[in-house]
Design a protein around this ligand. Structure first.
Ligand code: CTP
Ligand code: MG
Length: 242
């Protein structure tokens, strides 16, 4: 059985604040997007990748990826979910499986891809890679002005702790996330139409009442988001390439 991957790569990387979108920054010898594509193709059942890039993207065409026959490009949208929907629109087989994976996660390992695929294929509602939360979790609240608080505390934007959140069942959602094309497409469409907050694919399915599985993945499958993440991703990639 063969699968398609959709890779949203149409973001601008505002938190990275580099001279170009972060997926086109080079680490460990090539761009983040190229590492990400290599990682996905390391799985023998992923035969095709649809990459959503932004309109007028001047970077993609110069990559060797642009002439890879296994890769198709679509135009992404304003939000990540729009880019994912654009990718899904290029898949004709409604009953096939799709893996959605952030362009900005170049460190995903083959063993995690394999466990995700195995779990998803046995599931009703798909599956996602996720990492158990490690730190003690606090809920914060803005401090209100009162006579006991100094002006410093009030004005600095500091928050106070209201409670410790039980981390037993808390996970970081990672990607890839793997679903039946039809189920994902319909869930995203309904969630977007009804204005639900959709930050990953699973959240659209949850909104529609489905229960995707959590598959424990490695925490080093990080999403390169801020400048300090580049060195870490570079380190992990050097280990993977060795
Ligand atoms: N993405 C996308 N289309 C969008 C927004 C994001 O395809 N309209 C992609 C990004 O390219 C990235 C992935 O979704 O691979 C995860 O998003 P994020 O880490 O938030 O990337 P950016 O949106 O580019 O970064 P920022 O939020 O800091 O601007
Ligand atoms: Mg973003």
């Amino acid at each position: 059985q063969q699968f398609t991957a959709v890779v949203p790569a149409a973001g601008v990387g505002s938190r990275m604040a580099a001279d170009r979108p972060k997926q086109y920054l080079a680490i460990a010898g090539k761009t983040i997007l190229e590492h990400t594509v290599d990682r996905l193709f390391s799985h023998p059942a992923i035969e095709r990748i649809i990459i959503a890039i932004s309109k007028g993207d001047p970077y993609f065409a110069s990559l060797p990826l642009a002439s890879d026959p296994r890769i198709q490009v679509v135009e992404g949208g304003t939000e990540r979910a729009d880019s994912v929907c654009a990718g899904l629109a290029a898949i004709s087989d409604e009953n096939s499986w799709v893996l959605v994976h952030d362009a900005a996660r170049p460190c995903v390992r083959l063993a995690d891809l394999e466990r995700l695929v195995t779990a998803a294929l046995q599931s009703e509602d798909g599956a996602i890679l996720a990492a158990p939360v490690r730190d003690t979790m606090k809920r914060g609240c803005r401090l209100h002005a009162n006579k006991q608080q100094s002006n410093y505390r009030h004005n600095s934007g500091l928050q106070g702790i209201t409670e410790t959140v039980d981390r037993d069942n808390l996970w970081h959602a990672l990607t890839p996330q793997m679903f039946r094309v039809k189920q994902l497409r319909e869930s995203l469409q309904q969630a977007l139409k009804e204005g639900a907050v959709i930050t990953d694919e699973a959240s659209a399915l949850e909104y529609c009442g489905y229960t995707p599985l959590l598959v424990k993945g490695r925490a080093d499958n990080l999403k390169v988001t801020q400048p300090e993440d580049l060195a870490l991703a570079g380190f992990y990639l050097e280990q993977l390439i060795k």
